[in-house]
Design a protein around this ligand. Structure first.
Ligand code: SF4
Ligand code: SF4
Length: 457
């Protein structure tokens, strides 16, 4: 008898990783809209795939929701104008990952004029699945941590990632369980939690819609154990087809692959696997609500909820238009690049430090962390003392000390054999290492060297 989707829920405790403490006060802050700035730099690469080809030129007037750029690459997502105004430049600019990417600069005219009025379609639930997936793809919704366009997770018929080809025969990998994730990766990030708490009814509608698209009967609603299963909001949502599950939010259990194992007790094959390989689809609250908006009213992704945390400022969760320079976000929360010792875009564990305050907010910006001088720790690296702490915390159950020793001394093929590519670069090992070894840097360096060596062969 085939396994039902509800039977797939077999929770398993996530014991590795790190306990980074209780949620930061930012988790209690409601989401506020930040006014759009006067000048926006909208990057044409805010996703995993190739950058988009510009569809506008200098001098054009653009309206909100108008396509600024698109690409035929299935791992790219179209980019839309977040404000109405005039295109001032189409050139290469720095993004928060330190890359030069084609960018459209728009002078906001403040008219807030949409390319077409946003109206809810009362019959959106009756749309055909193909039309629904097309609406999601056209909306350009992107998973913030990985940059993966959400339509590629839903397996569009045009590029069936749901198939593997085994001796020429397509083998279907159906989705059996939807996992609605309301966890945020780190305590200082709160977009998913706030979107869930503030839009519970819409989240339930969105879950039903995704269940229809994916053809799944059951879904697990994963909430942080500090919210608990007895909270009125969770009780209101739980019911037929939606099973709530409280998970202790140890870093990095909120990452799709690890959450899949925690909910289903099934291990996602790695490297290169995805939750779908074991029959699960993990979508954050932000993605589910984005899908609902795209199908119900045709709203594209033009903004992103960003948690802003730092000294001498109240923590905030802001809905920021894409393309807003981080300088303007900091000015809005009374912060400044000059006073900060370091600014990190993304999580404190996996984010990127910035040297330029003009980089724009993108679909992949989950948080802005401002660090004061006292938050910075300077240290020098020592030899590995073989304490084994890195091994104990590694969520991928590999040997960070062994791998990084190989990488340090240029023995890259041996590092690859020791499962270098199984590392998900979460940083847990470096966090606990008493010798302060830059373990993730060694891993990244090793992966780059092995990739280059294999390409040259
Ligand atoms: S080796 Fe990789 S996966 Fe393991 S703890 Fe370190 S960074 Fe994380
Ligand atoms: S935690 Fe650091 S010192 Fe300890 S075994 Fe791992 S790399 Fe070596």
């Amino acid at each position: 008898m085939p396994e039902s989707s509800a039977q797939m829920i077999k929770p398993k405790k996530f014991r590795r990783g790190l306990d980074l403490g209780p949620p930061h006060p930012v988790a209690a802050q409601p989401i506020k809209d930040m006014p759009a700035p006067e000048l926006l730099h909208v990057a044409l690469k805010q996703h995993q795939g190739r950058w988009c080809q510009p569809r506008v030129s200098v001098g054009d007037r653009v309206l909100i929701g108008q396509v600024l750029g698109e690409s035929t690459d299935p791992l790219s997502a179209p980019v839309h104008a977040p404000v109405s105004g005039e295109v001032k430049a189409v050139d290469n600019r720095l993004d928060s990952f330190g890359q030069m990417v084609p960018t459209v600069t728009i002078a906001n005219d403040g008219a807030e004029e949409w390319v077409r009025p946003l109206e809810d379609d009362p019959d959106f639930e009756k749309k055909k699945v193909s039309a629904t997936i097309r609406a999601v793809r056209e909306a350009g919704i992107v998973q913030a941590r990985t940059g993966r366009p959400v339509h590629s997770l839903l397996a569009p018929p045009e590029r069936p990632r749901s198939y593997i080809f085994l001796v020429g025969i397509p083998v279907h990998k159906p989705i059996k369980l939807l996992i609605a994730n309301t966890l945020d990766s780190e305590p200082t990030m709160a977009a998913n939690r706030r979107l869930f708490l503030e839009n519970a009814a819409d989240l339930a509608l969105g879950v039903k819609l995704v269940q229809k698209i994916a053809g799944v009967k059951s879904a697990a609603l994963v909430v942080s154990d500090d919210i608990g299963l007895d909270s009125p909001i969770v009780r209101q949502l739980s019911g037929e087809g939606l099973a709530p599950l409280a998970v202790r939010n140890r870093f990095p259990v909120a990452w799709d692959e690890l959450l899949t194992t925690t909910v289903t007790s099934r291990e996602v094959p790695w490297p290169g696997g995805e939750s779908r390989d074991v029959g699960a689809l993990v979508l954050g609250a932000d993605l589910i609500l984005g899908i609902l908006d795209a199908v119900r009213s045709g709203r594209p992704q033009i903004d992103r909820v960003v948690s802003v945390v730092g000294p001498e400022m109240s923590p905030r969760n802001l809905r920021v238009r894409l393309g807003t320079p981080i300088k303007d976000v900091l000015a809005f929360v009374a912060g400044s690049f000059d006073r900060a010792a370091k600014i990190v875009v993304g999580g404190l564990m996996d984010g990127a430090a910035q040297f330029n305050d003009q980089v724009p907010v993108t679909k992949m910006t989950r948080a802005l962390h401002v660090l004061g001088r006292r938050d910075l720790v300077s240290f020098s690296e020592h030899l590995c003392i073989k304490c084994g702490r890195c091994v104990a915390v590694c969520p991928m159950r590999i040997l960070p000390n062994v791998i990084t020793n190989f990488c340090e001394f240029g023995r890259f093929e041996e590092a690859a054999e020791a499962e270098l590519f199984n590392c998900i670069e979460c940083g847990c090992c470096a966090y606990v290492c008493p010798a302060r070894r830059p373990l993730v840097h060694y891993v990244k360096h090793g992966k780059a060297e092995v990739t280059a060596m294999r390409a040259a062969q």
